[in-house]
Design a protein around this ligand. Structure first.
Ligand SMILES: Cc1cc2nc3c(=O)[nH]c(=O)nc-3n(C[C@H](O)[C@H](O)[C@H](O)COP(=O)(O)OP(=O)(O)OC[C@H]3O[C@@H](n4cnc5c(N)ncnc54)[C@H](O)[C@@H]3O)c2cc1C
Length: 371
């Protein structure tokens, strides 16, 4: 890459903050840094044509955990940790709504539902017995009962007649959210370069030298917002987790509205207007899905179609219009990692499967760590 004097001067000289990754976290980090440092030069480097991880691929659930997920988390995290995580997701969501506005992100407070497959009676029983406790610990945050048992009114099949309803869950338009964030970043003089992969870096007396293949430039601070891809350059505690999704063609008279969790959160679906977006099934092949490669597999796509036919749309004709995948960042804990790696290098990674909600807050925390 032989850049001109002008290109070097305007894009790669006197860089104060270089951010790797233009997903939800990277863009929120950049916007928070801009608020704190109006005169600084902020450069975002993104390896994809678009943000190419999870932020433009997700299902658009504005959620903070289904009842069974929260119960599961209580088994591996302390009660305080679980409450704090939910609080942060909730806080992150409010930050996102405030920054972009509900109309822009097409925020629809339809509520969320958790369904239980017939063979999953034990999970329903556990939810029923632990719901009062979960509602109790969440009361200080929501000032109301979060979860309530209801009868399924959607006509799902092969599931228990009872489901759990959460009125605080909502859906957003992921594409609108990411486009608005990108537009806002550009309007605030944040430089974004696509198809640039950061391949290595090293600290020196002036800050950090960053390599984009053969080309290197100098930045005062380097911030990684690379989530599922964090492993290679920053944090070994993050494991990539691929998630596969499909969307149907429009379905006449579709009577399903809201966000839905199935089989302990391993499957999730929602309506997008009169279509159904349906994803999940990582549990069918954990090993194969621990990858940073995009792609769809037969085993998972077949199961998604089977559940669509047998559970979600049992009495309706439908056609699949499109399938895709995205890469999430997981680990042994659900807590995102926001930390200083070395003198001038930082990261905000491991967003789990709930970055729509918590992502804006992690961007804020990462920017605060630097400033
Ligand atoms: C199919 C799917 C459905 C989901 N559904 C939901 C949902 O409904 N609700 C919810 O809350 N969450 C959901 N998630 C999770 C959510 O999308 C993520 O938690 C969130 O987008 C993470 O944001 P991020 O900015 O940390 O990571 P990402 O969006 O992955 O951004 C990281 C960016 O870093 C770039 N990058 C990586 N390495 C380099 C490098 N070396 N050089 C340059 N650039 C690099 C990547 O290309 C990527 O664009 C879903 C995820 C998937 C995949």
């Amino acid at each position: 890459m032989n850049l001109s004097y002008w290109e070097l001067k305007n894009w790669f000289t006197n860089v104060d903050y270089a951010i790797v990754g233009s997903g939800i976290v990277g863009l929120h980090t950049a916007l928070n840094l801009r608020e704190k440092f109006p005169e600084s030069k902020i450069l975002v480097l993104e390896k994809g044509m678009l943000p190419q991880g999870a932020s433009t691929k997700n299902a658009g659930f504005a959620c903070f955990g289904s009842l069974s997920e929260i119960i599961d988390d209580l088994k591996s995290h302390s009660e305080e940790e679980v409450i704090q995580l939910i609080q942060k997701r909730w806080q992150g969501l409010q930050l996102l709504r405030k920054r972009l506005g509900d109309a822009t992100i097409d925020f629809k407070p339809y509520g969320g539902y958790e369904l239980f497959l017939q063979e999953d009676e034990s999970s329903l029983q556990e939810c029923t017995s632990k719901m009062p406790f979960v509602n109790e610990i969440l009361k200080p945050l929501f000032k109301a009962e979060v979860f309530a048992k209801q009868i399924d009114r959607f006509g799902f099949q092969n599931v228990n007649e009872y489901l759990y309803y959460n009125p605080f869950e909502a859906q957003i338009d992921t594409g609108n959210m990411m486009q608005a964030l990108l537009k806002m970043a550009v309007s605030q003089d944040i430089l974004i370069l696509n198809q640039q992969t950061v391949t290595s870096y090293h600290e020196n007396s002036n800050g950090v030298e960053v390599a984009l293949g053969d080309f290197t430039f100098q930045t005062k601070k380097l911030l990684f917002a690379t989530n599922g891809f964090a492993n290679s350059l920053t944090n070994g505690a993050v494991k990539p987790a691929r998630a596969q999704v499909l969307i149907t063609k429009p379905i006449p008279n579709l009577d399903i509205k809201g966000t839905f969790h199935l089989d302990k959160g391993y499957y999730y679906f929602r309506n997008i207007g009169d279509r159904i977006l349906f994803g999940g099934g990582r549990n069918l092949d954990f090993e194969g899905e621990t990858t940073t490669e995009f792609g769809e597999t037969e085993i998972i796509q077949n199961r998604l179609e089977q559940l669509l036919k047998e559970v979600i749309l049992p009495n309706q004709e439908f056609e699949i219009e499109h399938r895709w995948s995205g890469i999430m960042g997981m680990g042994s804990s659900k807590k995102p990692i926001v930390e200083q790696i070395s003198e001038n290098v930082y990261c905000g990674v491991r967003l789990g499967g709930m970055g729509v909600a918590i992502g804006s807050l992690i961007g804020k925390e990462l920017a605060e760590l630097v400033g």
